[in-house]
Design a binder for this molecule. Structure first.
Ligand code: AMP
Length: 539
């Protein structure tokens, strides 16, 4: 017997329709690429997204076609997501921090028929235009078009969406493709993850569960994570779904600019990767600033250092939610927040849990296994390959790449190595390719880095394995000191001693001016391994 409830296909336009109808007071504030601050609301975003959908249809774009965007977080980029997805096409985000050749490779692999770009990316667009095999026209997302040579038509966005007329959102199957986002590709070519309308709706519902990115009409959310990183962490859907206002920081993600937006726009909740928050904290330290409105910060994309949780919570009264996820999971998978059995623990012990990646959301199944697929115990100590399942987890990459990550019984191998404890808190100890193998045992680089960053002189730290004649590999700790601070190897090792097993202690410490990061803010371990390829431990 079938249930007697209504069929309501899960389509992303419902978020913007809902907000336009029910949250008329919510604002969408953007720092524009030109530099000013633009204010609008969800009703206007909906109207303009429909105008874009109409224009795309007029230009011959059909459901399933990919439309690339090379853009920061602004109201126009938000309109693009809704306009493109609402007419059945697929928004295909490109990461401007990648090398131009890689951007072109991704746009070609994704088969983008048009490319929408912020004027500040005109030089990238000019460089890649001759290589783009499928792009038929370009759209400049500014008030005007900067002079640019592409060999194809370049349209100003405002002109494209001008003119009157209505548009009825396309009546789509909820499993239709909706968004295409490529993984960071630190090893090999990046791989495309093709979200469906349904997976995006479910992701927002899942991410909005309380204690994660939960927010409501009283909140003002500033995503410091760009929309091109891992489906924008679903925030472009979550904010209108919950009636929260959106504060979009545009191109300026440095500490001073973020601080200015947080204060001037009364931001209550924000989200981003640890490197962004390092810059904000440094800016606030240097200028002795306080936060007047911010209540919560969601930190993910890389492990949150314990010292960062302490700074936000103890010095600024801002609650930290540590979140873990990945592009392949739309992207949210787990979050760390203190559950009742942990209430009675000391602050120090609670912090041990906060820096873990946390327990899975409803809708995410998780397990850790050995290399043969046998499950490992949930004792908080045993490491294993982290595998996940759920309605917002990819079941294949675009055009069949990377098949080996997808197991026959539906589990996806995340490539992360993790422990799980009796409270179901998962802790990432490494990417499987970064773990240090010493004497047949594994050393967690993340744990060493995290502890090193608790030293008052350390701004950032990374640990890598260096070949060793006896132990196979031994850890090298690479450190950037805070401006004006001093520390030597002995001081840092003394700080780590007693906090990890003795054989985990790094054999050497290298002091550098800067640690390289990937286009999504992770430590670029491949580059560090290359730089230190000839490093030799001295006795
Ligand atoms: P991306 O798809 O670019 O978001 O990268 C996903 C990967 O980033 C994960 O598989 C993890 O290796 C890493 N990652 C994401 N969030 C965290 C976190 N909170 N702690 C540690 N690693 C993380």
């Amino acid at each position: 017997m079938r249930g007697l409830m209504q069929d309501w296909p899960m389509l992303v336009h419902r978020f913007i329709d809902h907000a336009a109808r029910n949250h008329k007071g919510a604002e969408v504030v953007s720092r524009t690429i030109e530099g000013g601050v633009h204010r609008t609301g969800y009703g206007q975003i909906q109207t303009r997204a429909k105008a874009l959908a109409r224009a795309l249809k007029r230009k011959g774009i059909r459901p399933g076609d990919r439309i690339a965007t090379l853009a920061w977080n602004t109201h126009r980029h938000l309109e693009c997501w809704y306009g493109i997805a609402g007419m059945g096409a697929v928004y295909h985000t490109l990461n401007p921090r990648l090398h131009a050749d890689q951007i072109a490779w991704i746009a070609n692999h994704g088969g983008a028929r048009a490319l929408f770009y912020d004027n500040c990316f005109a030089p990238i667009v000019e460089a890649i235009a001759p290589k783009l095999k499928h792009v038929e026209f370009f759209v400049a997302l500014g008030d005007e078009v900067s002079p640019i040579k592409t060999g194809k038509k370049v349209l100003p966005y405002e002109k494209l969406i001008a003119g009157k007329g209505n548009f009825n959102w396309e009546a789509l199957d909820e499993n239709s493709a909706c968004g295409l986002c490529y993984t960071s590709g630190t090893t090999g070519d990046p791989k495309g993850v093709l979200y469906s309308q349904r997976s995006n709706v479910l992701t927002a519902l899942i991410a909005g569960q309380s204690s994660s990115l939960h927010m409501g009409p009283r909140d003002r959310m500033m995503p410091a994570v760009p929309m091109f990183h891992a489906n924008g962490w679903a925030i472009p859907y979550l904010a209108p779904m919950t009636g929260a206002s959106l504060v979009l920081p545009g191109a300026k993600l440095d500490g001073a600019s973020l601080y200015e937006m947080l204060e001037a726009e009364g931001v209550t909740i924000t989200a981003g990767v640890p490197t962004v928050w390092l810059n904000l904290l440094q800016h606030m330290d240097q200028n002795r600033l306080k936060l007047s409105h911010l209540k919560r910060v969601c930190i993910g994309g890389a492990a949150v250092p314990r010292a960062m949780v302490e700074r936000f919570e103890d010095d600024y009264g801002v609650e930290v939610t540590h979140a873990w996820g990945m592009t392949e999971m739309s992207p949210i998978g787990a979050r760390s927040s203190i559950k009742p059995p942990l209430d009675k623990l000391s602050r120090e012990r609670q912090l041990d849990f906060k820096v873990k990646q946390g327990f899975p959301h409803f809708g995410v199944e998780m397990k850790i296994t050995d290399d043969k697929g046998k499950e490992r115990p949930h004792d908080g100590k045993s490491f294993g390959r982290l595998k996940v399942k759920g309605p917002n987890v990819a079941r294949a990459y675009f055009k069949g790449m990377g098949k080996e990550a997808f197991e026959k019984d539906g589990w996806f191998d995340t490539g992360d190595v993790a422990t799980m404890d009796t409270h179901s808190f998962m802790q990432i100890t490494d990417r499987s390719k970064d773990v240090i193998k010493s004497g047949g045992e594994w050393i967690s680089t993340i744990q060493i880095e995290n502890l090193a960053m608790g030293h008052p002189a350390v701004a950032e730290a990374a640990a890598i394995g260096i070949a060793h004649p006896k132990w196979d590999e031994r850890p090298l700790l690479i450190v950037v000191l805070k401006p004006g601070a001093t520390a030597d190897k002995e001081m840092l090792l003394a700080h780590l001693a007693g906090k990890v097993a003795k054989w985990w202690l790094p054999d050497a410490v290298a002091f550098v001016d800067e640690i390289p990061h990937t286009a999504t803010g992770k430590i670029r371990k491949t580059e560090l391994r290359r730089r230190f390829a000839d490093f030799k431990f001295t006795a």
